[in-house]
Design a protein around this ligand. Structure first.
Ligand code: CAO
Length: 416
């Protein structure tokens, strides 16, 4: 079986997390991703948060699977010559340098189009055009500027960033979709185009339900938020709502057996209207099924703290997996709070290759997250990340047709 993106060549000028997540996804789908790195330096994450001294960090290895690494000094004259030839040979160029970095190197979008009109040129930046366009941006800044932090955390606590890397990996995902869309379009038009994703925009896209709530506020309080039932007035902006469900079905994180000593002994419990009668039976409150104070969703909204308190009295008698086993067959949506340790050890995630073990010549075996997008006819096995410049000779020879002498001379000049 062939891979979906076989034959697509990606000139990968990405570093850190947002760009590399994008090109890693494309590599998993079969694209030939040529990661360009500065000679002797490479992607800064190779050396960041190192757990095995002197070896590529997990930060790097887990974001750069299935790629080939070529070292190239794109600021030297010879390096620029080689870079132009790579632009001629590739279908897509991806970068997430600080604003203007590639222009300063002499490779503006106009110049890239001149070299290869079929090129799809994809960039991640912190902000879109406007007054912040020149800013350097990292994950948490994007979470703050995209509306996530102001709507995450406890109402009376500080704005909070999430563990999910929605600014970096989230933007990488958006960019990957932009690239395959542009590739599809090129099939008809024959022309490349520019694809740009701002981290602020991507975070906001993932937070759109909070902008929904901002507009609902103009028409009255947000009744599914706990603070409504607690009689606390709403302000002008969508508030933080701790673990309240983001949708129309009230939900909370509740303690389970063992919570006193296990920080992850919790379940997420949703009182979906359709399953309400089953909830009443499970928690030993069958009378709530007919009681007008509890029988309908609107009646329950002012009593959520009491209702979830009673449900929690029940969940605390079971461990989080027992809660799942009991509720699932009754169509009550619940989910255990899984620790990273539990996820790493979960057999079903290993079976689907969502969690994979990878062998690396320097650091040995480590766990990674495989491709979460499964295509029925296009397998995507995870291959280890490349060492710095591991494929330089191979790429210069096979992709650009350079002779051994030319490669040796480029090395002598410090261009590769
Ligand atoms: N040869 C020669 N020079 C190279 C090179 C190569 N192969 N690869 C990179 N460089 C140069 C760049 O041209 C740039 O030089 P100038 O500053 O002289 O133009 C320099 O290396 C470093 O680029 P940078 O400014 O992007 O790096 P930084 O560490 O200072 O900033 C970051 C990092 C992430 C804040 C910034 O790149 C950025 O804002 N990117 C866009 C937003 C983004 O993706 N953020 C997510 C970060 S986590 O995923």
């Amino acid at each position: 079986m062939g891979k979906a993106l076989e034959g697509v060549k990606i000139l990968d000028m990405t570093h850190v997390q947002s760009g590399p997540t994008c090109t890693q996804l494309l590599a998993w789908f079969g694209a030939d991703v040529l990661k360009v790195e500065r000679p002797g330096v490479g992607d800064a994450t190779r050396g960041q948060l190192q757990d095995v001294p002197g070896e590529d960090s997990l930060y790097f290895t887990m974001l750069n699977h299935n790629k080939r690494s070529v070292t190239l000094n794109t600021k030297s004259e010879k390096g620029k010559e080689i870079f132009v030839r790579l632009i001629e040979e590739c279908d897509v160029m991806v970068e997430n340098f600080a604003p203007g970095a590639l222009d300063r190197m002499g490779f503006s979008w106009e110049r890239i189009q001149e070299i290869n009109p079929r090129m799809i040129y994809a960039s991640v930046k912190g902000f879109g055009p406007g007054k912040y366009a020149d800013c350097k941006v990292y994950e948490n800044v994007a979470q703050c500027a995209g509306g996530s932090a102001s709507t995450t955390g406890a109402r009376d606590g500080v704005p909070t960033v999430t563990g999910a890397q929605i600014g970096d990996s989230g933007t990488g995902l958006h960019l990957a979709l932009g690239i395959v869309t542009a590739l599809f379009h090129r099939g008809q038009s024959g022309k490349g185009q520019r694809v740009e994703c701002a981290m602020q925009d991507s975070v906001l896209n993932l937070c759109r339900v909070k902008l929904r709530d901002q507009q609902r506020l103009a028409h009255g309080p947000l009744k599914e938020y706990s603070q409504f039932g607690e009689g606390i007035a709403f302000g002008e902006a969508t508030p933080r709502a701790l673990n309240d469900s983001g949708g129309g079905q009230p939900g909370r994180i509740l303690k389970c057996k063992g919570w006193e000593t296990d920080p992850d002994a919790y379940t997420y419990f949703i009182t979906q209207a359709a399953a309400w009668k089953n909830v009443c039976d499970v928690i030993g409150r069958p009378e709530w099924k007919e009681d007008p104070n509890y029988a309908t969703p609107p009646a329950r909204l002012t009593r959520l703290n009491e209702i979830f308190g009673v449900i929690e009295d029940w969940t605390m008698t079971k461990n989080k997996f027992e809660v799942m086993d009991i509720c699932n067959p009754l169509n009550i949506p619940v989910g255990p709070i899984l620790s990273m340790k539990e996820i790493a050890e979960e057999p079903s995630l290993r079976e689907t290759k969502t969690v994979v073990e990878v062998d690396h010549p320097g650091r040995g075996k480590y766990l990674s997250v495989g491709n979460p997008i499964k295509l029925s006819d296009s397998p995507s096995d995870v291959e280890r990340s490349p060492l710095l410049g591991e494929h330089t000779d191979e790429i210069l020879r096979d992709v650009l047709g350079m002779s051994a002498e030319e490669i040796a001379s480029a090395k002598e000049e410090g261009a590769v």
